[in-house]
Ligand binder design. Sequence first.
Ligand SMILES: [Zn+2]
Ligand SMILES: [Zn+2]
Length: 948
Amino acid sequence: MKQDSISGTIKAMFKPVSSQVSFPKLEEEITNYWKKNKIFEKSIEFRSKDKKWTFLDGPPFITGSPHYGSLLSSLPKDLFGRYFTMKGFRVRRVWGWDGHGLPIENKVENKLNIKRKKDIEEKIGIDKFILECKNYVSEVSLEWEWYIDRIGRWVDFKNAYKTWDQDYMESVMWVFKQMYDKGHIYKGLRVSLYCPHCSTPVSNFEVAMDAENYRDIEEHSTTYMYELKEEKGTYLLAWSTTPWTKIGTSALAVNSDIYYEKVEQEGKKYILASNTLEKVINGKYKKIGKPFKGKELLYKEFIPHFDFYKIEKDKKAFIVVGDLFVSSDEGTGIVTLAAYGEDDLRVMQKENIELVIYVDDEGMIDSKVPLFGDMYYLKANKEVDRVLKEKGLIYKEENYTHSVAHCWRCATRLFYNPQNAWYVNIQNLKPKLKKTNEKINWYPEHFKNGRFLKSLENAPDWNISRSRYWGSPVPVWECKCGERFVPSSIEELEKESGQKVTDLHRPEIDKITVKCDKCKSEVKRVPEVLDSWIESGSASFAERHFPFEENVKLNDFFPPDFIAEYTGQIRAWFYVLHVIGAALYDTPAFKNVLVEGVILGTDGRKMSKNYGNFPDPKEMLEIHGADALRLYLLGSSVMHGEDILISEEQYKNQVKNIMLTLWNSYNFFITYANIDKYDLLDKNLDTSGNILDKWILSKLNKLTLEVTNGLDKYDTVLAIASIQKFINDFSTWYIRRSRDRVGFLEENKKDKKMFFNTSYEVLTTLCKLLAPTTPFIAEDMFINLTKKESVHLENWPEVKKELINEKLEEEMVFVRELSESGHALRKEANLKVRIPLLKGEYSLNKKLEDDLQKLLKDELNIEDLEFKNKGKKGIFFDNSIKNQNLKAGEAREIIRNIQKERKNLKTRVDEYVNVYLPNWSKEYEDYIKSKALVRSLKKGDFRVEKNE
Ligand SMILES: [Zn+2]
Ligand SMILES: [Zn+2]
């Protein structure tokens, strides 16, 4: 502000605005300003502790580097953090890192040149391996911080939580104990997807997160013949796509309710489901007897293909059993059972069938198995079929294409492996999971009863143990006598063991032993570590070291108000949070969840450096800036959970279509307000009689209402579309129609003031409405306009309902439509807008109010405009010479030329000039002088001189 020496009052002086603005440069300056003045910290501190809006960050994996996807999920987190802050809430925002699990282990394996899991224990040693993992995660990527700063995300990096910190791990231990005590965790033999390279089970949802983990593979499907023990020459036809599991096929399964048939072909008899006959049996055959139900086959004995294994006394083997999972949609309606299938294992356990386990944790077949010992399980496929073909036990082989899961980490093909492991009993939790889902606000809503509910319904029990090293320990000390000790805190473990617990990681934790309460033996911890998804699913509690910190109360942070991630997390992070929330407290784990879609490369494939199918995000940020990126992504359908293709064009367009349009209007205001020494302290909006002011204020308040409603329901797309439309209205109608109002004639003074007051109100309110979406430009403009510290320390604008005038807005639509058709008519007649028309008429369903009619008249440059009749919108005028005011047109042409010259001379807008003209109409002399700020007008060749 500057002291005005004459009047003695404080006059506003705005920092001049350049039309050659560089938004990336502006953003850098604002970032520095925020840091220097601790605006983020202040925006949290100045809000009351009693009014919180809680947000939980899904921690990114520490090995990844930032890409559009990770930037995308940061944007709504930042937008809503800022929005709820402005609405008066205290919004804590702390960054988190996910750093346990296979990805880190793989990196360290590569570094140490480890090819097999066995080498970790046998050659390197667990202690050295874990030390390398710790070193790896300690070098937290600075690259992330650059990006997060650059896109304007406010988040506390310094106090980031880390899943490998002792405090975090202690909370995870506590979570496990809660679930264990409530009976949601059991140990058992279950089949899960398994990676033979990483030698560990992997979650089905880890695989499902990325469609590329599923690949179509063409293999054989084989129809095997199993001879009935009591009916020589009669074979059950069983269909399978995994020949290697025939080695341990100890039973066959049918569906008791399906019809089967016996047929004869070339002296042999075959049994198969009736409706598979056509497909399976080649050539001529004869039916024997009538179709019969599957239950008639139950417990019939067959002759096994391989029987190298011993049958335990209390177990059954080589019989037919029944289960509903068997169908006749594919194959023969009879399937082979081995321990290596989810349904297989379940049925075999139910029927007490001998389980044969003959593949080790690296996928190798046990050396004791005849013919196939020491073979990689997939290699055995060909061998098994060759051997059985020789024995005449294969009816036919066909090509078969199916989608096969691969390791999300090392891309090795996975197989279903029976594991003695720790599971969360999802089946028992399902009714709870469905009920608590009903209380969650999903945006977009369709995910609630769509993809999320479906994944709940189909979820198998969750294998939460990993036969690995770098992770939170499974906190169970299990005695040979069956007794278990499960601590819920380090303190409890120390008390029970009498040992100091310095590190919860292996191998330190494995050195801690306890004494069995029952048999007094020394008890060791079970060897597994926890699936790292247990850790990210415990984030609400663990990031605050709950329940171990005195001042942290559950109700203060759980369930959090808001989480946001992309669709891939529906089956992953959202799911595990939900399971843990329901298991521990029988409540939803979050109140509102925003689901984003996926940003794909320009070619529709996943973005990949190898494909070169996306523009470099760093470069884009440096060229177009972060506000434009935010407008582009937060305004696109990716925020409605849909996938989009990355488009530099659309990104770039945000600068031109929204930011520069706004900037030019702002520039116009600042320029004239500065010339006029516009007085900030003397604002009064109530006295404006100008219809344009009333209209834009009505629009402004409606915009405030729309943006508020949009953001309240997490619809950023709606909010941004409304803002864009408003900025356009403001620039192309309000400011354009107000250009004449900033002149220097005495009679304009009052109206000019009202223009300034109104524009000031619009711009400052718009800054607030934009602050969550485009925090940089909003901040820069707001500080300049108000001299206040930050727009992000302001309250969200209130809607002034009394200023909303629907009737006026509707009529203004008519005026603008009439203007458009008027301009079109002029264009058709090749008649420049500068040449005034003497007369014109319009028709409409009713006469426009005088103010609006004048607006239309000015816009179309018609001196006398009359309402003709009720009817369709239309505008009429005679475009012949006799209806044109040529003298006035000429005067305007002169003014335009003078303005051009003024620009060349770089005169200030309020600076007078002297002009020479060959001739001009005396009638318009004053008009020309006042419009173009001409001090003297003299005869001569056209030229413009500065008045010095
Ligand atoms: Zn793997
Ligand atoms: Zn014991």
